[in-house]
Design a protein around this ligand. Sequence first.
Ligand code: SF4
Length: 250
Amino acid sequence: MEQLRLSPSRLNDFTNCPQLYKYRAIDQLPEPPSIDAERGKLIHSVLEDLFEKASEERTIETALDLLPQAWREQCEAKPELAQLVLDEKEWMDRAGALLGNYFQLEKPNTFESTYREMHLEKNMNDEIYLHGYVDRLDIAPTGEVRIVDYKTGKSPKPGWEEKALFQLRVYALLYWQNHGVLPRLLRLIYLGDNKLLESTPTEAQLKSAEKVLLNIGQEILTAIETSHFPTKKSRLCDWCFFKTICPAHN
Ligand code: SF4
């Protein structure tokens, strides 16, 4: 069997619903662009460009100046966005507001970012390859590492923080295993409701994340071998593009 390619998003898909994982990762069925995902891409792109500027230029004014060009490029790459965004002014106003929120949570002119969209990867074993893209990774002059992820939605409800942190723990694990440095801080930035979720990872937490992801990887391998991807109905079904063809709903 081919080595299984895993990322935090695919792990999340399988955990949420094995059938959803199958539609996306095995069948590779196309999905129309989602307005929330496209908004996220736009904000990520502006924040990525912002850190290419000199520190004194990293202001809200610069971010707002970068916004129209980033949006033009996104539309050129995906012309169908014109049908998705019907009120462009409202769309840009919302994007501008999210960028405004960003500047309330971080002061990007006060630190240097080392990497944006950093690709981390590792063969976890002969059967599983793990990879992911980190939105931002900052290495302080002291050598301390901070892993940052931007979310354009709202922060998790109480009790759901650990699930939200899993993705960054996977990145931290990859960085630790590849570079031999345990990241000092994981930071999730929720622009939707102006909140930060931070955690200082411990070796035990990262080893536990490794165990969890390897277990999920084994479950996926078994599902592939047996061609058995059960459906898992939940509130997520209401947002699932495949609901119309999903056996759980037909
Ligand atoms: S509709 Fe629900 S059960 Fe069906 S694939 Fe999507 S998430 Fe899974």
